[in-house]
Design a protein around this ligand. Structure first.
Ligand code: ADP
Length: 368
């Protein structure tokens, strides 16, 4: 009988390259999280360093390490010992994730001109027109098209993205770096994650909000594989929108309106604000365009007709989509499972996907 093959340290290290930190989306080897590998008679002990001791996904990391190493020929038992990075190791990791720059004031990579991340702000003139609903469904649609998507919920007083995506919890902090929460493959930051519970009101004044938003933009680790960052703006044309516009120099805007004349005229103000701060409006999305009780029934134009198209014509931009009024859209938002996810073959989901596709075709191709 031939002797059992012996596993080498290099083979174990190679296998560990396939283990990703579930929050940072990089190999634990690249993140210098593998501290030590000991092999004795086919028994492998891996010592891995967590970024922080309260790492919420420690069990996931241990299981992935064990599974990967155990699948190597010549490996019997696998023991995983967990440690925690010291402050210098953490700082080195943050520096590495930020692409080598140690300064905490450095702007995050998606703000640099060569960044492939395209930023899309979703704005509306007034509240309740479905801006957040459109944001989450577009985000899911883009994910289904194979893109990596993040959302910044900048609707600080009326944040609803966490509920619409069924998210709870607090982002992990690695020293001064914030790791966004993730659901349905979408990375999200919201003021909602900072409050004790969903019903709490934000009582912050302008400067604090400004600080929170710039933190979301500058200090959140969005990862270097993101394609689109969607920003759900507060309704109207206030300070927050200007802050965002100034912080994100290469952003594009989409305006959501209902067909109603009153909604269209306030939406026009949002478009004017965009012009003033030099953000290009890529198109209009008309939401709650019509209601259709059944496929063989005629559409009913509850909020009037043609408002989105009129606004598009006035602005000289395309109408990117007309989303019907549909009970399942509202239910999906309330339950935390957007309709594009729960009923991907429904006409409504198709309308969102077509809209997402038209939108991204309008965006400039990244320089990279
Ligand atoms: P905004 O972000 O503009 O304030 P929301 O996205 O929070 O608006 O939507 C307001 C309400 O209308 C929510 O309850 C949402 O579920 C519902 N809603 C939005 N769009 C539709 C639609 N097309 N059909 C049915 N309900 C919708």
């Amino acid at each position: 009988m031939s002797p059992e093959p012996k596993v080498s340290r290099e083979q174990v290290l190679d296998a560990l390259r396939g283990v990703e930190d579930p929050e940072l989306h990089k190999s634990i080897v690249d993140l210098d999280m593998v501290k030590d590998i000991q092999i004795t008679d086919g028994r492998v002990n891996v010592t891995a360093l967590l970024t922080i001791s309260a790492c919420p996904l420690r069990e996931t990391i241990v299981t992935s390490i064990r599974d990967r190493v155990r699948s190597l020929p010549g490996v019997g038992e696998v023991d995983v010992t967990l440690g925690v990075m010291d402050p210098q190791e953490r700082q080195a990791l943050i520096t590495k994730l930020r692409g080598g720059a140690a300064s905490p004031t450095r702007r995050s990579s998606f703000l640099t001109p060569e960044s492939p991340v395209r930023v899309i702000t979703i704005a509306s003139g007034k509240g309740g027109v479905g801006k957040s609903t459109v944001t989450v469904n577009l985000a899911i649609a883009l994910t289904q098209m194979g893109h990596k998507v993040g959302i910044i919920d900048a609707d600080v007083y009326g944040f609803s993205i966490p509920r619409m995506l069924g998210m709870r919890g607090r982002p992990t902090m690695i020293d001064q770096m914030v790791v966004p929460l993730e659901k349905h493959g979408i990375r999200v930051m919201s003021i909602g994650f900072m409050l004790p519970d969903e019903t709490d009101a934000v009582v912050w004044r302008g400067p604090m909000l400004h600080k929170a938003l710039t933190t979301f933009i500058n200090e959140v680790h969005w990862g270097d594989d993101m394609d689109y960052l969607l920003l759900d703006l507060p309704p109207g044309t206030g300070d927050v929108s200007i802050t965002i516009a100034q912080t994100l120099p290469q952003t594009h805007m989409v305006i959501v309106t209902t067909p109603q004349a009153a909604a269209v005229s306030v939406a026009q103000r949002a478009a004017r604000m965009a012009d003033k701060v030099n953000i290009e409006v890529m198109g209009i999305i008309e939401n709650m365009s019509y209601f259709q009780a059944a496929p063989d029934q005629p559409p009913i134009y509850i909020f009037g007709r043609g408002g989105g198209l009129r606004l598009a014509e006035v602005q000289g931009v395309p109408l990117l989509g007309e989303i019907p009024l549909d009970q399942a859209i509202r239910e999906g938002g309330d339950e935390g499972t957007p309709i594009v996810l729960s009923a991907p073959d429904s006409p409504v989901a198709k309308a969102f996907r077509t809209t997402a596709d038209k939108l991204i075709r309008r965006l400039p191709v990244p320089v990279a």
